[in-house]
Design a protein around this ligand. Structure first.
Ligand SMILES: [Ca+2]
Length: 284
């Protein structure tokens, strides 16, 4: 059931990209076209599971100009930006300018249909946003999925939340579905996930980079400690992995009450970076 839910999420994140023609809304002059990809979005009320839209403005007119693309969310939608401003030179061929916006909703958001209105001048575009039900977090479910991650550093080309996005496939590595630290050849690094509520856990599944192009013996995580945070805020080591060359490692330990889980990364194969494609946490 968990797998099915994750697959659905992966599909939701892969909604076909495309360009939506702007509407003029009766404006006498509209020389900035707006587009968005994907054309619709699915999100869920988890703290580390943002939906991302890519916004694009294109000056189709003959004069250089400055433009403000405003974003107007409905209901509970929270945005990483509410305006996208850019200088748009008039050039031939037209030069699109793009920027991302992250869309989140609170955990208690009612599932349903919402929307995000984009506007430049009188050119408007509406993006439908579907809020899906929260995933189950009972016995047998991955307690780390979409929960708040934090890290000692994150490489600029990667996403902090990529290691709790439900996608453990290393072949998707270059589409930001994993965490890569930002301090090359310097260890330790740490990657933490705060659980939604204190939980008794006894197993951590770690997927490090192991693809055809980037095999684990040269690119994966080699040495790490699995640590859990107890109710007093102290961290204790519950498992250790050394000399790893596999893409997927299961660590089991005595059932332990935890408010958060940390991977303390001590060394990587190739002595470059710490890379986690997915971190999963389970109770007994
Ligand atoms: Ca992932």
């Amino acid at each position: 059931m968990t797998i099915r839910w994750q697959s659905a999420l992966a599909l939701g994140a892969a909604v076909a990209t495309g360009v939506v023609a702007s509407t003029t809304g009766g404006a006498p002059r509209t020389d900035v076209q707006i587009s968005v990809a994907p054309q619709q979005l699915s999100v869920v009320g988890l703290p580390c599971f943002p939906g991302t839209l890519n916004l694009t403005m294109t000056n189709t007119g003959s004069e250089d100009r400055y433009a403000d693309l405003t974003l107007d969310p409905s209901g509970p939608l929270q945005l990483s930006r509410e305006v996208f401003s850019s200088w748009l030179p008039a050039v031939d061929p037209d030069q699109p300018v793009s920027a991302p916006v992250e869309v989140r909703v609170p955990r208690d958001t009612a599932p349903g249909k919402y929307s995000l209105d984009l506007e430049v001048d009188r050119s408007e575009l509406t993006v439908p946003v579907t809020v899906n039900p929260l995933p189950p977090k009972g016995p047998g479910d991955n307690l780390a999925l979409g929960e708040q991650a934090s890290a000692s550093s994150t490489h600029g080309n990667f996403a902090l939340c990529g290691a709790v996005d439900g996608d453990s496939d290393s072949e998707h590595w270059d589409t930001l579905t994993g965490w890569n630290d930002g301090t090359r050849a310097a260890f330790p690094d740490r990657y933490d996930v705060a659980l939604a509520e204190p939980s008794t856990i006894n197993r951590v599944e770690l997927y490090t980079l192991d693809s055809v192009k980037y095999p684990a013996p040269a690119n994966g995580l080699r040495d790490w400690d699995v640590q859990v945070r107890d109710g007093t805020g102290d961290w204790q080591t519950v498992a250790q992995v050394r000399g790893n060359t596999a893409g997927h490692v299961t660590s089991t330990f005595t059932p332990t009450q935890a408010t958060a889980v940390r991977i303390l990364c001590l060394a990587g194969n190739g002595n470059t970076y710490s890379r986690i494609v997915e971190l999963e946490v389970y109770g007994s």
